[in-house]
Design a protein around this ligand. Sequence first.
Ligand SMILES: CC(C)(COP(=O)(O)OP(=O)(O)OC[C@H]1O[C@@H](n2cnc3c(N)ncnc32)[C@H](O)[C@@H]1OP(=O)(O)O)[C@@H](O)C(=O)NCCC(=O)NCCS
Length: 214
Amino acid sequence: MDERRFVVWGSSGHARVLRDMIGTNDRIVALIDNDRNAEAIQDDVPVAVGIEGFRALLEKFRSDDLRGLVAIGGGRGADRLEILDLFAASGIETPELIHPLAHCAPSSVVGKGSHVMAQSVLAADARIGRGVIVNHGAVVDHECNLADGVHVAPGATLCGCVRVGENAFIGAGATVLPRLHIGAGSVVGAGATVTCDVPANTVVTGIPARPVST
Ligand SMILES: CC(C)(COP(=O)(O)OP(=O)(O)OC[C@H]1O[C@@H](n2cnc3c(N)ncnc32)[C@H](O)[C@@H]1OP(=O)(O)O)[C@@H](O)C(=O)NCCC(=O)NCCS
């Protein structure tokens, strides 16, 4: 199989995970970070800075020979989507990455540029949009629907038929009960148990989860 060449935007913890997920035939040829003090995650690949670094990269490589990964985690779904759009506009393919130890039901759907990590589950008819992260050990149960830019942190559980709006962030180990709706841009704190719908742009924590800020 031909070597695939990746450019990774973001050089921190999530980039390390993606580096270890790509195949042995694949290679990261460029890293970009907006922070000029970002650490290199691979000795032989320096970190280029921001949009200028990206433009310089396009002079060095053919864009149709590159694949783009966005390694921006946390609740920064809007930033993930913006960089995915930049890659696409530059002619760089943005594949989804699914760890071989994740379980994705045959009827589940994974959007472009999304990452499904080891030990996570996408059950029957679950749908995740673009630029979504389903992190280690997270469960997205049957018929859940996650909009673009959502991040489900490690060990979180979305019970069946949960809907999550664009760029929402579900914290580590949180549980969302069946058929609930988490509004766009909202944050569910780590360890929370959500028992009723969460409006857009609201932070909830605790058991049962209650709004702490908007
Ligand atoms: C809920 C959250 C977004 C709040 O962040 P924040 O606004 O920076 O909050 P702070 O850390 O300033 O804490 C504010 C208060 O909320 C409490 N708090 C923070 N997170 C909490 C949580 N998940 N559950 C219950 N209480 C929490 C703090 O103890 C503090 O209480 P105090 O005022 O009595 O001292 C954040 O703590 C959180 O849970 N993020 C999820 C992190 C995660 O899962 N990361 C995974 C990365 S892959």
